[in-house]
Each structure stands twice: as C-alpha cells, then as structure tokens.
Design a protein. Structure first.
Length: 303
C-alpha cells in the first residue's frame, strides 16, 4: 500500500492565513472598542466641542446663544474675582503639593520599616481616600463647627470655615488629610521595587537611615514621584468638591477657586458662556503643564 504524500502548504497560502487571522483579531478588537468609542464621543468629545463653541457666546445656559467673539476671555482677564480665584488656586497648589507629598513619603518610609501588621496600617492609611468626599466633607464640617466641633469642646469657638482668613486653609487641611494616605500607599509600593542590595551597599559604606533614604530610596522611586507630582498639579487645578461642599467658595469669596467660580457663574449667575471660557482657560493651563512634562520626560528627567 502506497502513501500519497500531502503537499506542504505554500508560503503564499501561509501568508494569506496569517493575514486573515490578523484581520479577524483586528475586527474583534474593534468590535469591543466601538461601544466605548461611541460612549466617549457622546459624553466627552461632544460636550468638549460644545464648550469651545459656547465660550465664544453669551449663552445663559437656557435658550439661544449669541456669538460675541473673545469678549468672555477679555472680561476674564479684567475680572478681579478671577484674579482672586487664581491666587487661591496658587495657594491651594503649593499646599496640596507640599504637605501630602511630604506626609506620603514619611508614611511610606515608616511603613517600609514595619515588619508586622503592615497591611493593617496600609488599610488605615487608605480609608480616608476611599471614603466618599461628601462624607469626609460633612464630617469635617461638623468637626470644625464653632458650636459643636472640636473647638467648642476646647473652648476656642473659632469659625474656621466662616473666617475669611482661615476658610481656604481649613478646607485644604481636610483635603490633605484625605489625600496623603493614598500617596503613602503609592510611594510604599514604589519603595518595594527598590533593589535591597542597594541598601546593603549603602550600609557597608556607613550610610545612616537618612542618607539611605536620600541616596537610595528617592532616586529609586523617582519615576513614581514625578508622575504623582504631575497628577497632583492637575488635581490641584481641578479642586472643587470639598470647597463647594464645605464653604461654597465663601465667605466673601475667600475660598473661591476657578472651578467653584465657574459653577457659580454657570448656575447662579446664568453666565454659562463666561463659565465655559474660564473652563477653556484652565484646560489650556493643564495642557501647558502636560506639554512641559512630556518635554522633560523626553529629555530623560525621570531617569
């Protein structure tokens, strides 16, 4: 009985089969992506384009919009409320960047020294962050109340949220408390990836704990630190929820930032076009921050 040899597939048929396989995989990938892309167009791209258009109009939020060119942007430059809000954003940025970062690094370092119950401390650090901002804000609003808060029982009776000199700093304190535990957990995770042999070499060279932290830990977590630095800048420019819930930007605009001013202009003063212009201005600022970050990253800043 003779066996008829089966001819080997030609290179052309193999290439066609691989091309069909790649096409099938590509179509399947797009089939999963299309619903998400449609959703993004409806809830992200569409409103974004509408915001750009309305920023050049006098739209009140209801009814037709009349094109007025750059008037909203010119008025924003001249508006003292905008200048005050930008100043408050700058103060918020400095505090929000420095205090939680320092506390996060300290907390992460202390966590790295704990050998037992480390997971318990990580969970405790993380609880303020995972708690809803509405709950945190309402709780601290009661704690800072001059009538029923901590100050009442200590005999100070100071209205921390009702004083123009302390309202912004009081809300920022609450946000820092909410934020630093999250940074501590992120920094701690980054510290776990640092090569332990580097610490051993530093100990052999006689480095103390601070020198090890400065010369080994900080360079080892530099990419994470820079990323958190960038995200903290962006989040500080978008600050809204805690300020709105606790002070509504008051009293007398002492805790007003651009985001709360936008809300007030759009929904209280019915100047949605002007609010859109403020929003576009903040988008440009965030875009500049991202561009600078991308440029520095290409230059090897993270290395």
């Amino acid at each position: 009985m003779t066996t008829v040899p089966v001819p080997a597939p030609s290179r052309t048929s193999v290439a066609r089969g691989r091309a069909r396989m790649r096409l099938r995989r590509g179509l399947m990938a797009w089939a999963f992506l299309v619903p998400l892309l449609v959703l993004n167009v409806l809830v992200v791209l569409g409103p974004s384009i509408a915001t750009v258009y309305y920023s050049f109009t006098d739209w009140s939020g209801i009814g037709p919009a009349n094109f007025i060119g750059l008037d909203n942007y010119v008025n924003a430059v001249k508006d003292p409320a905008v200048r005050d809000a930008l100043l408050h954003n700058a103060i918020w940025f400095v505090l929000f960047l420095s205090v939680p970062m320092a506390l996060g690094l300290l907390g992460a370092y202390l966590l790295s020294q704990v050998k037992r119950f480390a997971m318990v401390f990580r969970v405790l650090y993380f609880i303020p962050y995972v708690t809803a901002s509405v709950v945190n804000a309402a709780l601290w609003k009661m704690l800072l109340s001059p009538d029923s808060g901590i100050g009442h029982y200590l005999g100070t009776h100071h209205a921390w949220l009702g004083d123009t000199a302390t309202s912004l700093y009081s809300v920022n304190f609450v946000v820092d408390w909410h934020w630093w535990g999250f940074l501590a957990v992120i920094f701690f995770a980054a510290m776990q990836s640092v090569d332990p042999q580097l610490y051993d070499a530093a100990k052999v060279d006689g480095a103390n704990k601070w020198q090890q932290f400065k010369s080994v830990t900080l360079p080892g977590i530099r990419p994470t630190t820079i990323f958190i630095f960038l995200m903290t800048i962006i989040w500080s420019l978008k600050a809204f929820d805690y300020i709105y819930i606790m002070t509504h930007g008051g009293p007398a605009g002492s805790s007003e930032v651009i985001s709360t001013l936008m809300y007030s202009q759009a929904f209280n003063n019915y100047s949605a076009g002007y609010a859109a212009a403020l929003g576009m201005s903040m988008t440009v600022i965030i875009g500049i921050v991202l561009a600078v970050y991308s440029f520095l990253r290409k230059k090897g800043w993270e290395e």
